[in-house]
Design a protein around this ligand. Sequence first.
Ligand code: PGA
Length: 251
Amino acid sequence: MSRTPLIAGNWKMHKTGPEAVDSAKRLAQLSEGVADVDIMIAPTSLALPLVSQAVAGTQVRVGAQNLYFEKQGAFTGEVSGDMIRAAGAEYVLIGHSERRQFFGDTDALVCRKTRAALDAGLIPVVCIGETEKERDEEKTFFVLDKQVSDGLKGFGLEEIRTLVLAYEPVWAIGTGKTASVEQVEEVHRFLRKTLEEKFSGALAKETRILYGGSVKPDNVKDLMSIEDVDGALVGGASLDADKFINIIRYQ
Ligand code: PGA
């Protein structure tokens, strides 16, 4: 079973609408002819319609950085899965560590948001990862197991066929510290086994597991050569299309 790698750019709270459109167009131009790699960028929600239009018909797909789990209603400031889908996005990041750290996203919320994303026809990219303290205390596997169990609680096999999992050790995000090949290898193998035990061997084989945390043009090749790494979620190094393309063209 081959898994098409996914290289995703998380633009966080960077770039206004027009800036996002410019970068997205540049990236679409540079990625012409890229084969066997899925490409996704997640700009600010405000830019989703503009960016989706700008990259229509190209290799570049668009994702949101968050969603709310309700379909509609009196939830000031929130954005629903249907709104994201209607804006032209196909993916949505869920449970990014910055959401968990600054906005109170818990595993229970991740679970509801994942359900909402799937109901809206979006591909959820569910982010998990341990903090430095948790790693030092040797709780990494315990934490990841809990994030998967509680974040994906109650889903049937068929429902989460499109799910993408992103392992992002919190201590490696935006710090310039990348997890070592051995650390990533160990965790990704563990995550695939966890999916197998909690869901099925077939699902475990099909599910893409991305690595995220200070991925750069000069370390992407090593990371992508790890058997259970099926792509990258890239923050800082995705902001400049001329740099990001070197991650996308890692082969
Ligand atoms: P980084 O961010 O590549 O800047 O470390 C990764 C992420 O937050 O997804």
